[in-house]
Design a protein around this ligand. Structure first.
Ligand code: SAH
Ligand code: SF4
Ligand code: F3S
Length: 538
């Protein structure tokens, strides 16, 4: 059986997809190698959200092309959002690419590989046998296709292998919603991932339970707009009466409305169910929230349930109402601030993070000043700041000229980073003197006589290190301590604050990875807290 190299770009959704692809191919007997030079099948799970993300994948394809020209017998596959966005045109432009598989078709990947592998390279398999893409069919009908059920089976077949979740990899993603219905004008995701589809609550709860039993201590529920989750029971069942995934409620704005219908599982009810029905799961988190649809019901569920992390990633995108409108975000700055007030009123400890785009078409100095003002009004723990990147296929590229010069975008980006550093420093400083639970994710520094262990990271941290995450990470590696015998540990609080502290004497530091300990915070910076471990919380 051939050896596979799988590299992932883009968001957490892609990371989860890659995990499922890997499980699926391993079940079929394929082996995986972290070294592309040792693999005969090279798979790139790609992202289209910004041009920069695509360029990374193109450069990998360039290298693969060189290997093929040098006579290596390789299968090169492009998976994920770029495959879907570029479509079969990519096969023409990049002859080294053998197969394409969109994010909604990953269950078909094994047969694509077999098709390519079994066809004589001289005559190549037909394009239909080499590409599985949703094309523009995914949005055409509100009814669910069989394809969605097949895709669902990929999530359901997830391996719950305790060896995988041992030690460092104690954090897992669980999908609750596919796709997106928001159509922010700059964004490719609704086109690459298709319409919003919600998974049945019973499947989600069961997946969380099985992950907890396999040793996972933190589950992150994933959706592009996680708080737009809504499942109406009794509507979509299969022949055996099992609930099926369900198309989302269109573009409907939920705002802060109360759902009376007990037959509906809202996001708040889903969170409550997971918390209450999987009591063995220490941490439940979720990504990404949409500002407009964040109801008090979610805040109330969070306030009453301690294992739901008080961390909200709620991108504001801009502080100018004029730009928000051009972005089609569906809320105003005032509504965003009202939402933040509601959060801090009910969950005073909550940590809020976000995303901002600078240099959106037509963004003036005044618009930008309003964005800076927004950052100063909200106690953001961090903001991921992006320069606007025009994306083919989006409304913005058709309707608006990308008229903010690159050097202006860069200057605004840097200025905003500086403002965020100040805001982040103030937010982090509030935690000094408090004792917080920290999920340990990494060992840094040196053990006596041993080599630097800076390479000892959890999977999450490795991704962060490689910079493959959706958002450029603010994670800073703690400085290696001067004393050669000092070992540092670091991890995250429930609010996603990064904490570094000296490893206690006694236990082997790496044995503490994946455990939760209590740390008293002594110092703070714009991105990281430093403290002293006081006890094991486990
Ligand atoms: N559904 C999530 C994540 C979407 S993509 C959300 O709405 O928050 C993650 C981030 O990438 C977005 O929040 C946005 O800030 C940024 N982004 C998306 N498209 C972009 C583009 N064309 N140019 C620059 N940044 C973009
Ligand atoms: Fe893109 Fe907007 Fe959907 Fe987020 S909510 S994925 S930014 S369209
Ligand atoms: Fe990128 Fe697709 Fe995620 S475009 S951000 S990998 S949904």
């Amino acid at each position: 059986m051939k050896t596979v190299y799988l590299e992932t770009f883009g968001c957490q959704m892609n990371e989860l997809d890659s995990e499922l692809v890997r499980g699926q191919l391993e079940t079929l007997g394929y082996r995986f190698s972290p070294d592309p030079a040792k693999a005969e099948i090279l798979l790139y799970n790609t992202c289209s959200v910004r041009e920069h993300a695509e360029n990374k994948a193109y450069s990998r394809l360039g290298l693969a092309g060189v290997r093929k020209r040098d006579g290596e017998d390789l299968i090169v596959g492009v998976l994920g959002c770029m495959a879907e966005r570029d479509g079969i045109d990519m096969l023409r432009r990049f002859p080294q690419v053998d197969l394409l598989c969109g994010p909604g078709e990953l269950d078909k990947l094994p047969s694509l590989i077999v098709n390519v592998d079994q066809t004589d390279r001289a005559q190549r398999a037909s394009i239909e046998d080499r590409a599985a893409l949703a094309g523009n069919t995914s949005r055409r009908s509100a009814a669910l296709t069989a394809a969605t059920d097949d895709l669902e089976s990929l999530d359901l077949s997830r391996a719950f292998d305790p060896d995988r979740t041992a030690g460092r990899a104690r954090s897992a993603y669980v999908r609750i919603t596919r796709g997106c219905n928001k159509f922010c004008t700059y964004c490719v995701v609704p086109y690459t991932r298709g319409a919003e589809v919600h998974r049945p609550p019973v499947d989600i709860v069961e997946e969380c339970r099985r992950l907890a039993h396999a040793g996972v201590v933190e589950v992150t529920l994933l959706g592009q707009t996680v708080n737009h989750y809504r499942y109406t029971h009794g509507e979509a069942t299969d022949a055996e009466g099992r609930e099926r995934p369900q198309v989302g409620p269109g573009l409907a704005a939920f705002r802060n409305t109360v759902v009376e219908d007990v037959n509906v599982t809202t996001f708040a009810r889903l969170l409550a169910r997971i918390h209450d029905e999987v009591p063995e799961l220490p941490r439940i988190r979720f990504l990404t929230s949409y500002p407009r649809d964040f109801g008090d019901d979610v805040l109330e569920v969070m306030a009453a349930r301690p294992r739901i992390c008080r961390y909200l990633h709620v991108p504001a995108q801009s502080g100018s109402n004029r730009i928000l409108k051009l972005m089609n975000r569906g809320y105003t700055v005032e509504e965003y601030l009202e939402f933040v007030d509601r959060v801090l009123d009910r969950l005073p400890d909550a940590c809020i993070a976000g995303d901002i785009i600078v240099g959106f078409p037509g963004e003036t100095d005044e618009d930008f000043a309003l964005t800076k003002a927004l950052l100063r009004r909200v106690p953001f723990k961090n903001n991921y700041i992006f320069k606007y990147s025009p994306r083919p296929g989006t409304t913005a590229i058709d309707r608006f000229v990308d008229d903010v010069a690159e050097d202006v975008k860069k200057a605004r980006n840097n200025e905003l980073l500086a403002v965020q550093a100040e805001v982040g420093a103030e937010t982090h400083a509030q935690w000094v003197g408090r004792t917080v639970p920290v999920l340990i994710e990494r060992v840094t520094g040196q053990t006596s006589g041993a080599k630097a262990t800076n390479g000892e990271f959890s999977d999450v941290d490795r991704r962060v290190q490689l910079g493959v995450g959706l958002r450029p990470t603010p994670v800073v590696l703690p400085e290696a301590p001067a004393e050669a015998s000092l070992v540092q540990l670091s991890g995250r609080t429930p609010g996603d604050l990064i904490v570094a502290f000296d490893a206690p004497s006694g236990p082997e530091p790496s044995s503490l990875l994946g455990t939760i300990v209590e740390v008293e915070i002594q110092e703070s910076g714009p991105l990281i807290l430093h403290g002293r471990m006081v006890q094991h919380a486990d």
